[in-house]
Ligand binder design. Structure first.
Ligand SMILES: *Cc1c(COP(=O)(O)O)cnc(C)c1O
Length: 339
């Protein structure tokens, strides 16, 4: 099976498993796991922030960060198609007492001025707008990369209005590789970030919240409250560190394969290769005879797994466990089905 449903389906490599086996560990709830501590310090450093906290999932990392920057009863602004809005099962409202107001689905094509216009004036009886969340790269936006200049504009909006800026950076690695913007440059633009080691980087488990020392100290308490305090988590942190050290540069290969797939499928009118910047290839089936679940089912019969994201939107994702042969198989099978 060529599995292109997500970049979360990768399995730890031999080298990664060896690093996990070698890892020094301790009880991380006591702060005693040297491998976790080293990973947290390393990731904080990469983004030029004071501290970071290891968390079991990207969803938990996002939700910890949102609870850091939005008080209960406060408001978060985010895109209607953001992961924190669409795929976190109402966690911000349920766990953080956070109300969310969205701007229209525009993927990575943000308009900083429009977002600025949504910030409510302070004072009774408005819901206080506390934070803005953006996603880099943008998942439902087809892996699109928000331009650095837009993020700089948003930073200025946050500074002027006194709201905080959070980045859901589950795939910020891909943005860094695609646009050549350093992780530290991204880090400087945001008050908090969540970053994921188990997407394109290929670790089995793990995300981090990145921020100031004061915020991360509070994050540690929130993580424990949410049931995310882990014990000898160094085994997982070792996999994450290995992924950062060995699988970051190679993301160019995934981007290249995604682009080749997009170019091969473009003649069927389902994708614009110019818009495929990273490792996600969204297929727009609005003009096709097949809807997404049908296309996915027929492709699966031929050994190619793809994701049906919406009734008329399917998605292919390239990753560490796919080689050129798998790419060619996906292209052949989908070309046949879309003809
Ligand atoms: C995958 C993803 C997450 C986190 O997902 P988990 O499955 O909880 O690790 C967060 N944000 C974005 C944009 C994602 O794609």
């Amino acid at each position: 099976m060529a599995d292109l449903r997500s970049d979360t389906v990768t399995r730890p490599t031999k080298g990664m498993r060896a690093a996990m086996a070698r890892a020094a560990v301790g009880d991380d709830v006591f702060g005693d796991d040297p491998t976790v501590n080293a990973l947290e310090a390393h990731v904080a450093d990469l983004f030029g922030h004071e501290a970071a906290l290891f968390a079991p999932s990207g969803t938990m990392a996002n939700q910890i960060a949102l609870q850091l920057v939005v008080p209960p009863g406060g408001e978060l602004l985010a895109g209607a198609d953001a992961h924190v809005v669409t795929y976190e099962l109402g966690a911000a409202a349920m766990l953080g007492g956070i109300s969310t107001r969205t701007w229209g689905s525009d993927g990575a094509a943000l308009d900083a001025e429009r977002i600025a216009g949504m910030i409510r004036p302070r004072g009774f009886p408005s819901v206080p707008t506390a934070a803005i969340a953006v996603e880099q790269t943008h998942n439902l936006g087809g892996g699109g990369v928000i331009p650095l200049s837009t993020l700089q504009d948003l930073r200025a909006v946050a500074d002027t209005s006194g709201v905080t800026l959070h980045c859901d950076g589950a795939r910020i690695w891909h943005a860094h590789i695609a646009d050549g913007v350093s992780l530290a440059e991204y880090g400087a633009l945001f008050d908090t970030l969540s970053v994921c080691l188990s997407k394109g980087l290929g670790a089995p488990v793990g995300s981090l919240v990145v921020g100031s020392r004061e915020r991360i100290a509070r994050a540690r308490v929130i993580r424990k409250r949410m049931g995310g305090g882990m014990r000898q988590a160094g085994i997982l942190a070792a996999a994450g560190r290995y992924a950062l050290d060995h699988h970051l540069r190679r993301l160019t290969e995934d981007h290249e394969r995604a682009r080749i797939i997009a170019e091969a499928l473009a003649p069927f009118g389902v994708v614009d290769p110019e818009k495929v910047r990273t490792n996600l290839v969204p297929l727009d089936l609005s003009k096709s005879d097949l809807d997404a679940p049908t296309l996915a089912a027929r492709a699966a019969e031929r050994g190619v797994l793809i994701a049906a994201m919406l009734p008329r939107v399917a998605r292919l994702v390239t990753h560490l466990d796919l080689d050129d042969a798998a790419m060619d198989q996906a292209i052949d099978v989908l070309s046949e089905l879309l003809t």
